[in-house]
Design a protein around this ligand. Sequence first.
Ligand SMILES: Cc1cc2nc3c(=O)[nH]c(=O)nc-3n(C[C@H](O)[C@H](O)[C@H](O)COP(=O)(O)OP(=O)(O)OC[C@H]3O[C@@H](n4cnc5c(N)ncnc54)[C@H](O)[C@@H]3O)c2cc1C
Length: 568
Amino acid sequence: MGDVNSAEVPAPGSPGDAFDYVVIGAGSAGSVVAGRLAEQSPGRVLVLEAGPADHAPAIHVPAGLMKLDPDKLYWRYEIEPDASRQGRRDLWAAGRVTGGGSSVNAMLWVRGNRADFDTWAELGATGWDYESVLPYMRSLERFERGASTVRGGEGPQRVSLVRLAHPLVKRWLSAAHEAGLPFNEDYNGIAQLGAAWSQLSQRRGLRHSAARAFLAPAVRRRRLKLLTHAIAERVLFDGTRAVGVAYTVGHQTRTAFARKEVILCAGALESPALLLRSGIGDPDRLRPLGIEVIADVPAVGRNLQEHPTITLTFDVTERTLNQELTPLSIAGAALDFVARGRGSATAPLSHAVAFERLHDAGWPTYQAMFSPMATSRPEPDVDADSVHSKQGVSLAKGSVVSTFISLLHPKSRGSVTLRSADPRQPPLIEFPFLSDDGDVADLIAAGRRVREIMGAPSMQSHVIAESSPGPGVQSDRQWEEFIRATAHGACHWVGTARIGAPDDPEAVVDPQLRVRGVHRLRVVDASVMPTLTSGNTNAPSILIGEKGAALIRRASGATETSRSLASR
Ligand SMILES: Cc1cc2nc3c(=O)[nH]c(=O)nc-3n(C[C@H](O)[C@H](O)[C@H](O)COP(=O)(O)OP(=O)(O)OC[C@H]3O[C@@H](n4cnc5c(N)ncnc54)[C@H](O)[C@@H]3O)c2cc1C
């Protein structure tokens, strides 16, 4: 090993180890990267995951979402006060467990719109247009209805339709049709627009995380080394060559060396923070923190994007899952769940979705997600004791249903920067959700459309009253007040290390996902998306892992395995 920068070298005597690849983060993308690389380089891949293994049963039983332990399974970030939302300060909670977001998310499987990927390519992400990524979308998934020209039928990631046909969901789909949103058999197929049953990352009614799909088989066959509770602090460099990672387990600092590459898969909030702590960023901001500059890449941490979301709730005449998701009734349905993977225990948050275009654009403007239950209203202020109330996933009382409405292509941009060089300090996150008046206007229009669905014949007679925002909200001004008071995020953070052409100053990685200005270091996770996709971001993150792994393997001269080529 060459002359490693002395500022980066851990204390003498620290245990060190050498692998071909060191992958930081076993989340949605990291699980894919590690699992795929282990197919090619068995025994030579190390994965460092800050969180624990995914043993908690509540991770795997979908209805357990409400029971996930916030202290053990999440990173929790207090974002800076948001002037565009009355100075509110949200708590963002990201998965900190094997599987990352895919182990704690709401399991909705949305691949995105053709126009999303074509836009990425137009922004300089050559090779990421829809036709180019489609083979990877197909090779990664195994859709329960089988393969087609656009769907995968043989991949590791199981995708199934919602397994609980609640009567109100059927009615909502009919009502959407009556309101002008025709039924769509497969929004992940040829066309995305319309209303549809939700598709989920589930296998026989159990959550199927990226860790279960891609990582667990490699761990079982001892093809890679997964270290949990291992927190990467910074990437180590020999000049501008990434040579390893300094990480901690408990109070012990260790080093892992990478003979080929270090791959950052820590998600769109932690990957930029790791780059900055490792000396890759804006020199004028790194030096005052005492961080030695390795590469001048000012765009690191910029371009943070998130889907602003509002929730409409309605009191209804029929029983909803609020009454059915009790420990007693889940226990009563246990046999159905174990034997057939069916019943209320399989319930996700969103049972049906609709995508509608309000402008002349290639993609939908908003996504509506219908739930035959309602969660408690997200609290405006940070309460460190309960991430769940902040995430809106504790159940409300009574017969209530809700529709979450996400604006899919907001114009607001935020940033991730460092408070200090200390890896124990969380990054500083700024995100002005509603800084663009056009975004607010689109949310108002979308809110009105959802009201139209609830007022359509198939649904109307089942609605007692709109409980939030309520009939008092009618004018644009009243809607805007409601939106600024209640809009929240969707946990869809992307864009903080975006792909772009090599000469684009706003790019952090090139289309091969290699970090500018250094060697043997890539970012492969949601950070690299140039723009948000039209929907939830788990499937696109897994796609980035799948294509990223192929790029890495190709760079090391390996041909793709017959398995990953089989379904192309
Ligand atoms: C509560 C919630 C609900 C969501 N619902 C949905 C949904 O229904 N459908 C959908 O499509 N998307 C959903 N998402 C979003 C989706 O899950 C994410 O976009 C996706 O998981 C991002 O993948 P990633 O690989 O970029 O990051 P992650 O999956 O977050 O993975 C990052 C991993 O890196 C680890 N890590 C971070 N820093 C370090 C470090 N320093 N050292 C070692 N390890 C580290 C983390 O612990 C984590 O395991 C949701 C997300 C959340 C949090």
